[in-house]
Design a protein around this ligand. Structure first.
Ligand SMILES: [Mn+2]
Length: 235
């Protein structure tokens, strides 16, 4: 559950996506568009489960894509934290209140697959340090160096990080966790790229490539309550 260090120079394209929340079909569509090549990596920045219908399918697909030779790293999100604590510590109230019911439904009492996914989840890194960029689900404590960060803050922190004007690191932090309800990726300031496009409210997933800053959006075909019409599929 530590910080994974990777050298940006080892990769051609570095794609980051976050907060898929069981929107498996939209993920498949965006993954097809990304066309992950041999020297490319995809970092899934936490929260692949809860709220949406297909959490089991998300972790199964990631496992299969990795088996097929794709370089994919999944960062630990606060919903992975809720899931582990819900199942292993019996802390079901917080999890169910935050979309855990949909996750449990997706497993249809398939406890073997659930156990396998829990093992994978508990081995996830809490952040990926690429040197210039720091990929983390919630953010960082702005008053601490990278070395001083604790997993809880990196997974759960919100306003203190977002509102703080200057970080105690010169890295650019790419984070999810706090949804942008316009369904867009936001360049918040010089050190913060906010990439949670609020899938369960907007129906939109966005992916960003860090060398080119190319951004791809895809959205669900099914009607979302707050769906952003601008990013609905046109056809
Ligand atoms: Mn989330």
């Amino acid at each position: 559950m530590g910080i994974m260090k990777l050298d940006m120079k080892s990769y051609n394209k570095i794609w980051v996506i976050s907060d898929i929340h069981g929107y498996h079909d939209v993920f498949l569509r965006i993954f097809e568009k990304i066309k992950l090549g041999e020297k490319d990596i995809l970092i899934i920045n936490g929260d692949s489960c809860d709220r949406g219908a297909k959490s089991l399918e998300m972790y199964e697909t990631i496992e299969k894509l990795v088996e097929d030779g794709n370089d994919i790293i999944h960062v630990f999100g606060n919903h992975e934290d809720l899931m582990v604590k819900g199942i292993e510590d019996g802390n079901l109230f917080a999890w169910y209140r935050n979309g855990g019911r949909e996750t449990i439904r997706s497993y249809k009492k398939d406890y073997i697959t659930l156990e396998k996914h829990l093992k994978y989840i508990k081995e996830m890194p809490v952040a990926v340090d690429l040197g210039e960029y720091f990929i983390v689900h919630g953010g960082i404590d702005p008053e601490k160096t990278i070395e001083e960060q604790i997993p809880y803050d990196m997974t759960w922190i919100r306003n203190k990080f977002i509102d703080f004007p200057l970080l105690k690191t010169d890295k650019i932090v790419v984070y999810g966790h706090t949804p942008n309800l316009d369904g867009k990726i936001h360049f918040v300031d010089k050190q913060k790229i906010s990439i949670d496009t609020g899938s369960y409210d907007t129906g939109v997933l966005g992916a960003i490539e860090l060398n080119s800053m190319e951004i791809i959006y895809e959205s669900t075909d099914s009607l979302n309550l707050y769906v952003n019409q601008a990013y609905r599929k046109k056809d």
